[in-house]
Design a protein around this ligand. Structure first.
Ligand SMILES: CC(C)(COP(=O)(O)OP(=O)(O)OC[C@H]1O[C@@H](n2cnc3c(N)ncnc32)[C@H](O)[C@@H]1OP(=O)(O)O)[C@@H](O)C(=O)NCCC(=O)NCCS
Length: 166
């Protein structure tokens, strides 16, 4: 399966597949289909799927969002900030059979190539080491920890600054 998979922009026709991947990848953090529909409508340029043979095997959703303002789980945003000074990586998830072959890193490379500002996320599923290897660092404060309450006790807020040019 791995060889046939490629990242491409998400379309409305992918949403059933995206919801199915989310159910498998985030059993403890369920979000309704309406959230995915809204994110794609608000930020189509930074929503991607990993797909092949007509099947969605993974997805990535990001959008402009203020740093340290964590969107509550399973909630519609209504609108996005007009400035693009910072971003939020809402989800990166692959089906189990699509993991372990560099697919997640390839999706992140695609995203990072299109944005030029810090990006934050909430690490769940004990994924902090993965994010750290992708350039994210934990950011903690009592106020941030309180905002993470709907994400469970092991959730971590992490931020990736814009890498300096080499
Ligand atoms: C987290 C996830 C996206 C990683 O996908 P993946 O396909 O295994 O990642 P890649 O193959 O691109 O791995 C990139 C690197 O990260 C490492 N890695 C992968 N998962 C890791 C983890 N949980 N902890 C530490 N390192 C990890 C890989 O070994 C690889 O290292 P390398 O660069 O030395 O080769 C995938 O496991 C997943 O979808 N999990 C369920 C959803 C989830 O938890 N998403 C993140 C929640 S915030």
């Amino acid at each position: 399966m791995q060889d046939l998979l490629q990242w491409r922009p998400m379309t409305a026709g992918d949403l059933d597949g995206v919801v199915a991947v989310a159910r498998v990848a985030f059993p403890d953090h369920p979000e309704g289909r309406a959230c995915f529909v809204e994110r794609l409508a608000l930020a189509p340029d930074t929503c991607f799927v990993l797909a092949g043979e007509g099947r969605v095997a993974g997805y990535l959703i990001a959008y402009p969002w203020p740093l340290e303002a964590i969107p509550p789980l399973d909630t519609l945003l209504g609108a996005l900030p007009s400035n693009r000074d910072s971003w939020y990586l809402h989800d990166l998830a692959l089906l189990p059979e699509a993991r372990g072959g560099g697919n997640a890193r390839a999706g992140l490379d695609l995203l990072f190539a299109g944005i030029d500002a810090p990006i934050a996320l909430v690490s769940v599923n004990e994924s902090a080491a993965f994010w750290q290897a992708q350039g994210f660092a934990p950011m903690g404060s009592p106020a941030l920890q309180a905002k993470l309450s709907s994400y469970g006790p092991h959730a971590r807020y992490m931020v990736r600054s814009v890498p300096k040019p080499v």
